[in-house]
Design a protein around this ligand. Structure first.
Ligand SMILES: Cc1cc2nc3c(=O)[nH]c(=O)nc-3n(C[C@H](O)[C@H](O)[C@H](O)COP(=O)(O)OP(=O)(O)OC[C@H]3O[C@@H](n4cnc5c(N)ncnc54)[C@H](O)[C@@H]3O)c2cc1C
Length: 237
């Protein structure tokens, strides 16, 4: 779809965890996107920021925003209330699924998980013979809005593995979950560690990385050392 511009009002704002919000905006019914694409918004007249599209349901656009960076957009989203209007443009971007039957591994921190939600949902509905995994870094077990809100139907797909990589939970809280062999699979530590404990075939796998600069540099460097060549990146900060 060619990019379009529309003025949109905020329909709902839900706080998940650690300054992460789901925002639902009204959008034209005919608006469509390819999983992995983003829209842009303009703040204070000329400050443009990008937001990956989580979903488009009928005439509603779903975005995930983290306000920890603290700049102009973060300040706006911290305060924004239902009914506020903003200009949205899109869709844009080429961070989309390669049309191959190779295994796909998604690695995300914070709202970097946003593009992987529609990607995982589209792979689940495609019935293609390929496996796909998501590694998502979270601090606490209770931060896991991704599996409970967005990926519930995909969790039962035998081709999909969802590793929630938990960094701050106490060992006692974590222990019962570490044993489970079913999605969501719980692991202790950062995605930068867990990916390399779980994955073994680096040459015939596509790796998609999204989120903070530090995570991307770290994971990409290790992937290259392991011989990976199919690495696709969307850097947020
Ligand atoms: C293609 C693309 C898609 C994006 N999609 C999303 C999305 O779905 N959800 C979302 O919350 N953000 C997303 N971002 C980041 C977003 O565009 C803004 O940068 C973010 O909302 C912060 O804006 P700001 O004005 O508050 O701070 P900025 O002035 O943009 O940034 C302040 C500082 O924080 C850093 N920073 C910005 N974002 C992050 C981050 N996520 N993690 C670590 N450091 C960061 C910047 O490099 C800068 O140093 C995306 C960025 C790009 C390029």
């Amino acid at each position: 779809m060619n990019a379009v511009t529309f003025t949109s009002s905020l329909l709902s704002k839900t706080h998940f965890s650690n300054n992460t919000f789901e925002l639902r905006y009204r959008c034209p019914k005919e608006f469509s996107f390819i999983p992995g694409q983003f829209v842009t918004m303009t703040f204070e007249g000329n400050m443009v920021r990008a937001y990956s599209i989580v979903a488009k349901e009928e005439d509603v656009l779903v975005l995930l925003v983290n306000t920890n960076p603290g700049g102009v957009a973060s300040k706006y989203f911290d305060k924004v209330q239902v009914g506020s209007e903003i200009n949205i443009k899109g869709p844009y971007g080429i961070f989309t699924l390669r049309q191959t039957l190779l295994k796909k591994v998604f690695v995300a921190t914070s709202t970097g998980v946003a593009p992987f939600i529609p990607m995982a949902n589209s792979l689940a509905s495609s019935k293609q013979e390929l496996s796909f995994s998501l590694y998502f870094g979270e601090r606490y077990l209770s931060d896991d809005y991704v599996s409970s809100v967005y990926l519930k139907p995909v969790l039962n797909d035998p081709r999909f593995k969802y590793f929630r990589c938990i960094t701050r939970e106490t060992p006692e809280n974590l222990k019962p979950f570490l044993k489970s062999g079913q999605n969501p699979l719980t692991r202790e530590g950062r995605v930068t560690k867990v990916v390399f404990e779980e994955e073994s075939n680096f040459t015939d796998t596509e790796f998609y990385l999204c989120g903070s600069k530090d995570m991307i540099i770290d994971v990409k460097t290790k992937l290259l050392q392991k011989g990976a060549t199919k690495i696709f990146i969307e850097k947020y900060g």
